[in-house]
Design a protein around this ligand. Structure first.
Ligand code: HEM
Length: 427
């Protein structure tokens, strides 16, 4: 490993010269980040870094983390939950226990509790269930495009990208239409708390205050909805949650709230950003767009996978080593944080030919956009794929000259998010 001036407060491995912990790194254009990850993949696939800047809970005793950047290693860490667990946190930064408890639900748990809680909602996300939702998703995609055509030019994120994921996840949960917009905004804020511009625009002092505000805006309506479903059950996920029993006990309000927050964050932002990034790529690559538009139905399967690979909307997830072990010969001590960088895995030349190329016919396309496999593999993957297929089917057929401009992106080491992006419906 390469040596640089160490700023860690406790002795540890040498810090890598590529500083994945600085907020500045996550404000750089994707192409520059790609170059740094390419260097890490080829020269230092397991590298050590100081704790990230902008931490919710900067701890003197936090030594830093290992970065895992190769596709194969992301798969290995994801599929070995006994060695690399989720129960000690899944974010690259530490956060207060109450915040994790209120927002992460089974994402930050290990078996057996993870298995039991995931099972309560997983039935709603099976391929069969998602096929049953497809007509509703297609109907929503059609209305979004009707309204885009009526409205004309504007911000692609608010006019198109955010609307389908928001409507889909909150319909599933049973949240009334009139709350959906403010719930989605709160879910967005929860993943944007490290961006100083976001905090400044909202007049918030620090990430912790922002997280508190976002959680309050999500938990209040979630618990009201839970109460309403206890009184009058419906066919929705909130009814499943209030009726569920785990080990003979109902879920507590805190557990129900955390479920709601997890599904809000996971279901909104990821798909929204994939739609936005993909529209940008289609604008930049008219040849690829024409190829897809020629036979959307026949070509959407491979196109959607390339949308996800290229966008890599989830940037990182973390695990913690449960015992002393090693990765590619590098010793990893029990308790060490191990962070997987999905955008790097998705550009690994060992797996993808010409990885930076946007190729909608790429097949096979074993990207790690939904995670590297294992028990936490994205539960909403089929739902996300269906939404992407439906919205681009409408956009390509009905707004053939739609183009988007330069996106304004969020500075984040967790999600690859587009805040706003101008669009023109006449090219
Ligand atoms: C393009 C869209 C999406 C992407 C790229 C994405 C990506 C991911 C990733 C990387 C993980 C973590 C995997 C791991 O730790 O191994 C995850 C987990 C999860 N995702 Fe998604 N996701 C997307 C859409 C959705 C949607 C629409 C939902 C619906 C609610 C959803 C629900 C979840 C849930 C509940 C988990 C936690 C699973 C667990 O811990 O067992 N995701 N997702």
């Amino acid at each position: 490993m390469t040596t640089t001036t160490s700023t860690a407060t406790t002795p540890g491995p040498d810090l890598d010269p590529v500083d994945l912990s600085s907020l500045e790194f996550w404000g750089r254009p994707m192409a520059e980040r790609d170059a740094s990850f390419a260097e890490l993949r080829s020269q230092r696939p397991i590298s050590w870094h100081r704790p990230p800047e902008g931490m919710l809970m900067p701890g003197e005793d936090d030594p830093g983390f290992w970065a895992v950047v190769r596709h194969e290693d992301i798969g290995y860490v994801s599929r070995n939950p006994k060695l690399f667990c989720s129960g000690q946190g899944t974010q690259f930064q530490d956060a207060p226990a109450e915040l994790l408890e209120a927002s992460q639900s089974f994402l930050a748990m290990d078996a057996p509790r993870h298995t039991k809680l995931r099972k309560i909602v997983s039935a709603a996300f099976t391929p069969k269930q998602v096929r049953r939702l497809e007509d509703r998703i297609a109907g929503r995609a059609r209305s979004i495009v009707d309204e885009l055509l009526d409205h004309g030019d504007g911000d692609f994120v608010s006019l198109v990208a955010k609307r389908l994921p928001m409507g889909t996840i909150y319909d599933l949960m049973g949240a009334p239409e009139e709350y959906q917009e403010s719930l989605a905004e709160a879910a967005d804020l929860l993943v944007a708390i490290n961006d100083p511009d976001v905090l400044q625009n909202l007049g918030l002092e620090d990430p912790l205050q922002a997280a508190g505000q976002a959680l309050m805006a999500l938990l209040g309506p979630a618990l009201e909805l839970a109460e309403a479903r206890r009184r009058a059950p419906q066919e929705d996920l909130m009814t499943n949650l209030v009726q569920a029993e785990v080990d003979g006990e109902s879920l507590t309000d805190n557990e129900i709230g955390a479920f709601f927050v997890l599904l809000s964050v996971a279901g909104n932002d990821t798909t929204r950003n994939t739609i936005a990034h993909s529209m940008r790529r289609l604008t930049e690559h008219p040849d690829q767009r024409a190829w897809l538009a020629e036979d959307h139905e026949g070509r959407a399967r491979t196109a959607v996978e390339e949308f996800i690979r290229h966008a890599s909307p989830v940037v990182t997830f973390r695990r913690t080593a449960t015992q002393d072990t090693e990765l590619r010969g590098t010793p990893i001590a029990e308790g060490d944080k191990v962070v997987m960088f999905y955008e790097s895995g998705n550009r690994d030349a060992e797996v993808f030919t010409d990885p930076l190329r946007f190729d909608l016919s790429r097949d096979p396309n074993p990207h790690v956009g939904f995670g590297g496999g294992g028990p936490h593999f994205c539960m909403g993957n089929m739902l996300a794929r269906t939404q992407l297929r439906q919205i681009f089917s409408q956009l390509l057929a009905r707004v053939p000259d739609l183009t988007v401009g330069e996106p304004e992106t969020l500075r984040s080491n967790f999600v690859h998010a587009v805040k706003t992006m101008p669009c023109s419906i006449r090219g």
